[in-house]
Each structure stands twice: as C-alpha cells, then as structure tokens.
Design a protein around this ligand. Structure first.
Ligand SMILES: [Zn+2]
Length: 122
C-alpha cells in the first residue's frame, strides 16, 4: 500500500476532490466536437475537457454543478432526466443546464461561444 499520493496529476488527468478531469484527446475530443461542447461530465465523476479550455475556471465550475446534480439526484436519475430534458427542452432549456449556467454568474458559456468557436476552430 502506498502512502497518500495527494492529488494525482498527469498531462491527461487530474484527480481533485473525487473528480477526475480528463484532457480530451482522440475519440474523446471527437465526442466533444460532435456535441459542440467544451466539457462533458460523465455520471461516474469523470469530466472531459477540451484541451484549450482545460484550465478554464468557469467551465470547471459549470461542470462541478453537474457533479453536484449527480450527487443530489443519483447518477441513474440524473442520466435519464438529462437525456429526457435534452430531448424535450433542448440544450438551452434543459433545467440541469439552466441551473449550471445560473450558478456561474457572469459567464456567457456555450451559447455566446458557439458563433465564435466556428471561427476559432481549426
Ligand atoms: Zn452543462
């Protein structure tokens, strides 16, 4: 058994407070591209982040709200509700997303970035 390793940090992964932040590459990055997202929180406390936004504190705060929602509602309920609300209300109207954006005040988030990211994406 090892001594307490502290936060484990590699180029690809940071483990902080029970959350694993993953710098998305390869298929994970393709998934973010497909979703037109900079971050994706998975129900098992893993968050994929676009490499260019890996240090973005606002994006991380947003994804941490999703972690809280998962802890609050349970991963199964969260997953089912998220998809149901996504289909029913769209991304912008998804109550989980509304809460997550509301709790990072002053951050325009994805809505404002969508137009810009088209030009910036290479
Ligand atoms: Zn979100």
């Amino acid at each position: 058994m090892r001594d307490d390793p502290g936060p484990r940090v590699t180029w690809m992964r940071q483990q902080v407070g029970g959350v694993t932040w993953v710098r998305a590459e390869g298929l994970r990055l393709r998934l973010l591209d497909f979703l037109r997202a900079d971050g994706l929180t998975l129900p098992w406390r893993v968050v994929y982040l676009r490499p260019s936004r890996f240090e973005d504190a606002n994006l991380r705060a947003h994804e941490l709200v999703h972690i809280e929602q998962i802890d609050r509602d349970g991963s199964l309920t969260f997953s089912l509700r998220y998809v149901w609300w996504l289909v029913r209300h769209g991304y912008d109207g998804n109550p989980y997303e509304i809460e997550a954006y509301d709790r990072v005040p002053g951050w325009p988030g994805r809505r404002a970035r969508l137009g810009r990211s088209k030009n910036l994406m290479r």
